[in-house]
Design a protein around this ligand. Structure first.
Ligand code: HEM
Length: 395
């Protein structure tokens, strides 16, 4: 069957009752060329599922991240990558060379060394959440009580966002990453977040603290509106992603206890779940051939990182959770110039979260059968809505 004979498939492929990543990815990787998909907007996009092709898409200069280009795809009816007019400083939506100015400004804040210095603060946040859970009894929703607050408190403290405002920005973020959010609701959430950050930046200008926002203000490379947009990107990118990975990882470690405390588990969990499967959207700005498929200028492309990370030609027995393998070449954080800025931080957060949780609550177990866990099918990110757990009193 040639590419043109195939009917476009509906998007996204992640659906209730189906395993993740979608079983169709196996079939698509084996086909010649690429598979077309119809987005909820009615637009068509090319789905990229082979590891090699995903890396090519994410590095080819004829393929852009900028939604200002005609044909740029949106994952939901309203959800999409904001343009620089909507949110200046949303640099994940810029191509080189403009993108480089932001990246160079921010990279020193997220180096392995810099993140290592954050370890004691992250440990304190994790311990405080576990203290609160233990004090409240012997059951918890591990998403609401642990997986979400930990990265949320870490990114707020790094940026200099007051702890008390966590509920506000988490609620707004949820609207922005839910595929079914309405237009007005989304715009209102985005405006409210930007207004909030503008006010916070005005306060930091007068009273700088020991935080990333104050350091960026002092450095002066970014304009005021750009700084608000950068902060919004970091706040949003910095908590839901990690929260989903922490939650799913706990479920897997509970059924594979021999890997608890082994640092290799973190990398394999990142590969295995690839929660940001629907994050990297692109458009061709020139005609380009990917995986034997001609893509015309103006056509949308979705490199599916979960599909790439389950490509059997790169990862043997990809559906198996095996931290003993070398998962380093996974693309859960993307690839190329936009590769996740927060990846060093994520690794440390996940490592401390799992280590401390299982050390301090060794009797931790699921409070419902694994099949009853509510998985996210309506989000840009894969994860769990809730994770009911229990433990023996006195743990
Ligand atoms: C498990 C957690 C995370 C995953 C799976 C993840 C995944 C990704 C992916 C796939 C991209 C590439 C997007 C693209 O190419 O269009 C990306 C970019 C980015 N991520 Fe993450 N991310 C995570 C956590 C974080 C955290 C904690 C932060 C912030 C502290 C962060 C900040 C960013 C930023 C700023 C970018 C854009 C980088 C650029 O355009 O240069 N992420 N992330």
């Amino acid at each position: 069957m040639t590419t043109t004979d195939r009917c476009p498939v509906a998007f996204p492929l992640r659906r209730p009752g189906k395993p993740f990543p979608a079983p169709e990815y196996v079939e698509y990787r084996a086909l010649d060329g690429l598979v077309e998909s119809v987005l909820p907007t009615g637009a068509r996009v090319w789905l990229v599922t082979r590891h090699e092709d995903v890396r090519t898409v994410l590095t080819d200069p004829r393929i852009s991240s900028n939604p200002a280009h005609p044909g740029f795809p949106r994952p939901g009816k309203t959800v999409g990558v904001p343009s620089q007019d909507e949110v200046p400083g949303w640099f994940v939506a810029l191509d080189p060379p403009e993108h480089g100015r932001f990246r160079r400004t921010l990279i020193p804040e997220f180096t392995v060394r810099q993140v290592r210095e954050m370890r004691p603060a992250i440990q304190q946040i994790v311990d405080a959440r576990i203290d609160a859970m233990l004090a409240a009894g012997s059951t918890a929703d591990l998403i609401a009580d642990f997986a979400l607050p930990v990265p949320s408190l870490v990114i707020s403290s790094l940026l200099g966002v007051p702890k008390a405002d966590r509920d506000f920005f988490e609620a707004k973020t949820r609207v922005l990453v839910t595929l079914s959010s309405g237009d007005e609701e989304r715009e209102a959430a985005s405006r409210a977040l930007l207004r909030y950050l503008n006010r916070l930046i005005a306060v930091k200008r007068k009273r700088p603290g020991d935080d990333l926002l104050s350091r960026l203000l002092a450095e002066g490379t970014l304009s005021g509106p750009e700084l608000s947009g950068v902060s919004m990107l970091l706040l949003i990118a910095g908590h839901e992603t990690t929260a989903n990975n922490i939650g799913l990882g706990v479920v897997t470690l509970l059924s594979h206890p021999r890997w608890i405390g082994d640092e290799r588990a973190v990398e394999e969990l990142l590969r295995y779940y690839s929660v940001a499967d629907l994050v990297a959207f692109r458009v061709a700005v020139e005609d380009v051939e990917i995986g034997g498929q001609l893509i015309r200028a103006g056509e949308g492309i979705v490199p599916l990182v979960a599909a790439a990370n389950h490509d059997g030609t790169v990862f043997e027995r990809p559906a198996e959770f095996d931290p003993g393998r070398s998962a380093r070449s996974h693309v859960a954080f993307g690839y190329g110039v936009h590769q996740c800025l927060g990846q060093n931080l994520v690794r440390v957060e996940m490592d401390i979260a799992y280590r401390t949780l299982f050390e301090r609550i060794p009797t931790l177990e699921l409070a419902v059968p694994v099949e009853e866990l509510p998985l996210k099918y309506d989000g840009v990110l894969y994860g769990l809505h809730a994770l009911p757990v229990r433990w023996q009193e006195g743990a």
